[in-house]
Structures are given as C-alpha cells and as structure tokens.
Write a protein that binds this ligand. Structure first.
Ligand code: MN
Length: 515
C-alpha cells in the first residue's frame, strides 16, 4: 500500500435483504469479509478497503451513506449486491452520498457449482440480478458512478478498482485544495482563465490570490544559512559546471537567488496551506534589482517551480490556475507510480514528411524533473523575457521516451471540458541554444488529427502530462466531477470527434445539473 494513501479508506457496502432469513445475511456477511480481505491482500489496491457490513433496509443504507459522506478518511464507496436488494431501499442513501461511487458487479464464487447447486444457493448468490436492480436505480437517479464487472480475485478487476481508488484520492485532495495565484492571468490570455466560483462548486478547489508583496515578506524569514544549505543540496542532486559551484561567480549568485526564491515560495505556500500556485513573469516584486533594499525575485522563480512541482505542488504558468489544480490532482493520483508527471506547454512544431511530425513540449523554465530521462543539469543562462532580463538558474533535461497521456481543463462557459490526448514521447535532438527542459511527442492518432482535434476542442497550450495515467483515470475523474471529457486517441476521427462535440453541446445545454 502506498504511504501517501495510508490514512485514506474506501468503504465497502454489501447489499442484501432479510427476505431469505438471518442465516443468509450471516453468510453474506462472512463472504463479504473474505472478499474485502482478499482485495486488501492482493497487493494491487493503493487504498485499503474497509468492510462496513451489509445493508438490508432503507434506514441502514441511509445511515451508512451519510456516514461515508461525513467521514473525511472515506474517499469512495464500493457497493455490491450479494443477494437481491430491492433498489427502492437505496434511494435515500444514494441521495445522501457525496463521495465517489463504484458499483462492483461480481460474485462470491467464480463458477457455477453444477453438481451441488440448489435453491438455497440460488437465493444466496443473486448478484446476477441484484446488481442489475441496483444499476437500475443508479441509472434512474442519474447517479454518476463507475461500474466494474469482473471476478473479484481477477487482477484485471482489481486493477480497475485501483485506478478508481487513486482518482478518489486525487478527488478528495482537491476538495480542500487552495490554489494561490501570485499575480493575475497574464496578457489577456483567455484559455487560462475561467469561472473560479464554478470551479469551486464543480471541482472542489478554491482559487485564491496572494499579492507578490506578501510573498516577498516570507523571504525576510529566510536566513543565508538556509539558502546555503539548499544550494549545497542542489549540487548533490544535479550535475553542474564548476563555475556554477564556485562562490563569487555570477552563476553561483543566480543559483543562490533561485534557492532563496524556492525557500520563499515554499514558506508562503506552507503558511497559507496551499497545494498549488501560479506565477506571472511580469510580477516579480519591486523592480530595481540594484537597489540595496531590493525586495523581489531577480528573475522568474523557474527552478523553484520545477522543484515544487516534483514535491507535489500544483503549478500553472502565467496565472493558469486550472492547470495548477489539475497538475496537483494528477500528482496525487500517481503517488508511488514510477513514470513521473509535469506541467508542459506546446512550444514549437516539427513537421516531417514521414508521418512523424511532432510537438516540442517545454516552457521557459518550468518543467518538472519527475519526467527526466537522466539526472538533470543545473544551468544558468540569460532569460530575456518578463520584467527582468537577467540570467537565471534552471534544471535542463529531456524526458523519457514512451507513451503517456496529457490532459487539460477548459471553461466552455456553461461547463468545464476535460480534454485528454494519448501521446508518444520520442527522442529529441540536442538543443544546444535552447537550454530548457523539454519533451518531444507525437499526439495520437498522429500529429495532424491529434493537434486538430485538440484545437477544435478549444484545448490550452498548457497541459498536465503523465507517464503513469491511462485514459481510464481521466474517465473516472470526469465521471466523479460530472464534467465533459473528450478523449483524443488512436481511434479518433475528426468527423466523429466534431459530431461528439456537437452532441455534447446539446447534452450540457439540456442537462442543467451538470452545467
Ligand atoms: Mn505558458
């Protein structure tokens, strides 16, 4: 079990009824315990499943569902109908439930015991129709849920529960996420903006603001010794040229300033209980770096953003709070998985004739080292953008080759739209004159259709990328959140994609509860 999730629980509720007598319920209870133990001992579930007993009446269902809704440790509920469970008894409970729901369609025994099966056995093992009755009431009530069908000991079944469990953890984390914006949206950019009230209602997180002058106050509590210690840690973790490591050089000074910026940002985020933040390179504190009383960052805190992302802070550049929040959720969902994740930006295109056209993903500085193929290099170079044109430190690396998935959320005015694209990271060529971290990928199904669909859907130039998440994670996330999801993959055809968007337009217009 992943340590990150050790205080979280998934609750398991078994549906039954008293029609078949108390003995039947005792057996249902014993079977359920054995199944939950089996799941927990499978080693495939990241969050422990807690068996909460059988529910045999409307009152019992309501009690357990309201308890699940109010228990902070509980991040999701699994239901399974061992026997027939008349679904009217689930109505009030499902109305009370405010946690993600997974309906598992399984059975205690794998195969039919042909030679011994009698009517008692039939009465006891009725998942085949009990789960359909439960499915009906969920459909009738428009309850959003994941339905997993499979034998409970089958790794494929367990893996689907595991995916959903990780999404539940990310979702729970977002419900008390505070996103701090240092500065506002930059330069009239539309796609990075959106409805912050709707975001809190629909996606859970709270988008806040912190003046850069307040951020700078946290710099005053940072001692030179703290900064020296962090600089020493950089040189333990990353490769760097001698001139960077030599006190007294301008390179060393830039790295020292970057370390101070990191400590300042972290102190402020901790003090404010924030899990994500955005920066704005036009807003770095008071402007005169030669002023002896200078308060501020000497350049964009790029190295800080890179390292804070790796630590789990959501990050969005240029005021992009939706990407900052989505990155944080992605980071939580992937805890303990090996691949890595990053905020990225579509930087520049590489047209090729062989069907291998690709997109360079980078940012001025802010790419997360979790996706690095090799040990990152700490380098200092001039950066001529933003309010200060000065040299600054950054981690330079290229990302691992291999498949991944990138995602973004845009505000369509009447709904949030999650856009997901399967991508294939390929080996980039060296970029001796562009010393930034980068990835190079081909969007699926190919560059033309992948990029075309993304643009038709109104996707950002920013996205949150992961080597670990399959599209199933994002499907579960969109289901829990009740937002639109468009998935661009190997099967995408533009005509179908456009049709899906037109249908969705009508669906969300009519379905006001989702708008
Ligand atoms: Mn950007």
């Amino acid at each position: 079990m992943e340590k990150a999730f050790e205080n979280l629980e998934i609750w398991w509720i078994t549906g039954a009824q008293l029609l078949y007598g108390g003995d039947a319920v005792v057996k249902v209870d014993a079977h359920s315990k054995e199944m939950v133990e089996g799941l927990n001992n499978s080693g495939r579930l990241p969050i422990k499943v807690v068996y909460k007993g059988t529910a045999n009446s409307s009152r019992e269902v309501s009690d357990i569902m309201s308890a699940a809704s109010n228990e902070r440790r509980c991040v999701g509920v699994i239901t399974w109908m061992h026997t027939f469970s008349p679904a009217k008894m689930w109505i009030h409970g499902l109305q009370e439930l405010r946690k993600p729901l997974l309906h598992l369609h399984t059975q205690y025994n794998a195969e039919i015991p042909w030679d011994t099966m009698d009517m008692d056995f039939m009465n006891l093992n009725q998942s085949a129709h009990g789960d359909r009755e439960f499915g009906h009431i969920c459909a009738r009530m428009r309850v959003r849920r994941k339905v997993v069908v499979g034998y409970w000991q089958d790794p494929k079944t367990q893996d689907q529960i595991a995916v959903w469990s990780r999404v539940c953890a990310g979702w729970a984390d977002a419900q008390d996420m505070r996103v701090i914006r240092f500065g506002d949206q930059m330069n009239n950019v539309a796609v990075t903006d959106g409805d912050k009230v709707e975001a809190e209602m629909r996606l859970g997180y709270h988008v806040d603001y912190c003046p850069v002058s307040t951020l700078m106050e946290y710099g005053k509590g940072i001692t030179d010794a703290d900064v020296d210690a962090l600089v020493a840690e950089y040189f333990r973790l990353y490769d760097a040229d001698e001139k960077c490591k030599t006190p007294g050089t301008t390179e060393y000074k830039s790295i020292w300033n970057a370390a101070k910026a990191e400590l300042t940002l972290r102190a402020c985020l901790k003090a404010k209980g924030a899990k994500a933040f955005t920066t704005n390179f036009d807003d770095l504190g008071s402007a005169d770096v030669n002023d002896p009383h200078f308060v501020g960052f000497d350049q964009i805190p790029g190295l800080a953003s890179q390292r804070l992302m790796a630590e789990g802070y959501g990050f969005g550049a240029e005021g992009d709070w939706k990407s900052a929040a989505l990155y944080r959720t992605l980071w939580v969902m992937t805890q303990g998985l090996p691949g890595g994740c990053s905020f990225l930006e579509d930087y520049t295109l590489n047209f090729e004739q062989n069907g291998q056209s690709s997109i360079l993903q980078a940012h001025m500085l802010e790419v997360c080292p979790l996706i690095a193929a090799k040990k990152p290099r700490l380098e200092v170079h001039h950066l001529g953008i933003g309010i200060r044109k000065a040299q600054t430190a950054r981690l330079v690396f290229t990302s691992k080759p291999g498949p991944g998935v990138t995602a973004t959320v845009v505000d369509m005015g009447n709904r949030f739209r999650l856009i997901v694209n399967d991508v294939e990271c390929i080996e980039p060529k060296p970029l001796p004159k562009l010393p930034v971290a980068s990835a190079l990928w081909i969007p699926m199904p190919n560059f033309e259709i992948g990029a075309g669909a993304w643009i038709l859907a109104g996707g950002t130039h920013h996205s949150c990328f992961s080597y670990d998440l399959s599209p199933e994670y994002w499907e579960d996330y969109a289901e829990i959140a009740g937002i639109e999801m468009l998935h661009i993959n190997k099967d995408t055809k533009l005509a179908d994609f456009k049709r899906e968007m037109r249908y969705n337009e009508v669906y969300y217009m009519l379905n006001k509860s989702l708008c």
